[in-house]
Design a binder for this molecule. Sequence first.
Ligand code: 9Z3
Length: 358
Amino acid sequence: MKDSEPSGSAPFSAETYFATQPPPPSLDHDMATVRSFVRKQTERGMKVVLVTSGGTTVPLERNMVRFLDNFSAGTRGATSAEYFIKAGYSVIFMHRQFSLQPFSRHYSHSTNPFLDLLEIEHTNTNPSSPLTAVPNITVTPSKREDLLEVLAMYKKVHHDETMLTLNFATVNDYLWMLRAISHELSLLGRSVMYYLAAAVSDFFLPSQKMSEHKIQSGKGSLHIEMDQVPKILKSIVDEWSREGFIVSFKLETDPALLLPKCRQALERYGHQVVIGNDLHRRKFEVVFVSRNGPNVTEKASNTSNNNFGAGESHLSEYWLRLGTSDASASSLQHPREIEEDIVRELERRHQLWIDAAS
Ligand code: 9Z3
């Protein structure tokens, strides 16, 4: 959820949150896999990116029947993860259960159902024994080239063990996992990037206030008071992963709020980049907001169109847009995706961040 009326109760600090809210049951198991993955990538000298993707839920009951959800199909995260792999990163892909995933996203049930790729090849034409030969299943010739490309990359990633996939559902899962993963990733120093594209609820219902069973109707309207989720980004920047290159996303629906909100987030948390996107324009336009300095190179600052006031002149604004031919390229075999440009620009800035340390 995004901005709404303040409830009046004091916000949870990160410390209070983790002292009072229970960890997800799978946390220890997940962290053992993260630890071993990070160790392997360190030995190989790989850069690692944590991609968070999809929306978090806020359950209203402990035996959950109802929940609030944050909008996100997981397209941004899943698509970006593929481009990070192509750019030579190892990826921890932390995503909302059942949201889109790298590679399989190309064949999601709604856009490109995989059964439509397949054809049945009847080898036995004898009608008296229809069950004696099992027909072959083949891929429709016109779909083979695309499938082969995706499949080859998918297999390579599995073979090379360059991607680790983890699931979350609730905002509580998300917060616990992010904290624990940050601790592990902090060992990588500047080689790690955080790409926080998940749509995270600003509000939650503490477990102590949650109804045990399904909330019953029949008593008129439903009133629920939620608490504010602690500002976890601040903890990552200041405590858990001081050297990481941290990129957060800001989603707005009012275009007039996009830049001020990005700027506010950057000032508040002190990380490296905020990528702003408007809900309806997010697939072909984003804006990078960052501080001027060694991290923002000539290319970015020259192409920026800085609308900030005098007090914010230390901030740089860099718009990335797909051209009209790119954006309307759905008829092409390979429409361009803005995530390719986002990842290229971030890779460049991350390298400058790494180089700046030496
Ligand atoms: C984003 O802004 C993502 O780009 C989208 C991607 C959720 C718009 P899709 O998965 O959508 O491609 O369908 N993510 C961050 C959204 C968010 O909740 N940010 C918080 C905020 O804006 C800060 S963490 O306040």
